[in-house]
Write a protein that binds this ligand. Structure first.
Ligand code: UDP
Length: 236
């Protein structure tokens, strides 16, 4: 078996990553292919996942339409739970033991987030899906990924995105946009590069957690990153 570069990782799947080619909601077929890939990755490293909710609801969008920001953010956090359950279902169909842990208690649906229990699940080879963000409004699931990575001692955060790395400008708008292979945390913060929000990057910087940003157009990219192939952008 090829040796993995990491032993425990957090994979951050944005809501958009779960919507496949749809504008809104979940694409079950696409989620199934992500699950198949995660099954393989889980054979080589311990995998915890942080899911976003942007394919269903974002707090900022709600507050832009006049909603109270805190309430809108709680709606966003609940959206991540819907995504987590969809992913759990797809993983369990492949007979992978999976636990969803939520930062907002909903005992009938999932376990509450308990750090030690999450680590124990990982040691037993289970995939743990962290849902409901940090449980606090005004944060993002990127910050959740940074926080959980620090808490459970993950070696890296693998940020699966719709673009294949970090560019100096938006590659969808500028055909001359240049992709970075490597960046310092501080370059990301100072140049407002769209890797993660600045709270999340600061947390990674303070705790020396590397971030790998890569595209999910090719689903095997998750495995490539875990095996140490240098694709996407490495932030350290
Ligand atoms: N959210 C929050 N606190 C958190 C994490 C998420 O309030 O700790 C809310 C916020 O409204 C956010 C939404 O949940 O817009 C969905 O998360 P995010 O936008 O990070 O999802 P993604 O962009 O990864 O799909």
């Amino acid at each position: 078996m090829t040796k993995a570069k990491f032993s425990r990782v957090i994979v951050k799947l944005s809501g958009e990553a779960l919507s496949g080619n749809r504008e809104y909601g979940i694409d079950p077929q696409f989620i199934n292919s992500i699950a198949e890939e995660l099954k393989e990755v889980n054979d080589t490293v311990e995998v915890a996942i942080v899911v976003g909710g942007g394919n269903i609801f974002r707090g900022v969008a709600g507050s832009a339409q006049g909603m109270d920001r805190g309430t809108a953010d709680y709606m966003g956090m609940l959206a991540t739970v819907i995504n987590a359950l969809a992913l759990q279902d797809a993983l369990e169909k492949l007979e992978i033991e999976t636990r969803v842990q939520t930062a907002i208690a909903m005992r009938e649906v999932a376990e509450p987030y308990i750090r030690r229990r999450a680590m124990r699940h990982l040691e037993k080879g289970r995939i743990v899906i962290f849902a409901a963000g940090t449980g606090n409004p005004f944060f993002s699931t990127d910050t959740t990924a940074a926080l959980r990575a620090a808490e459970i001692g993950a070696d890296a955060i693998l940020m699966a995105k719709n673009v294949d790395g970090v560019y100096d400008s938006d590659p969808a708008e500028n055909p001359d946009a240049v992709k970075f292979n490597e960046l310092d945390y501080i370059e990301v913060i100072n140049n407002c590069l769209g890797v993660m929000d600045s709270t999340a990057v600061s947390l990674c910087m303070d705790n020396k957690i590397p971030i790998v940003v890569f595209g999910l157009q090719e689903i095997e990219n998750i495995k490539r990153v875990v095996l140490g192939e240098e694709i996407g952008t490495f932030v350290r």
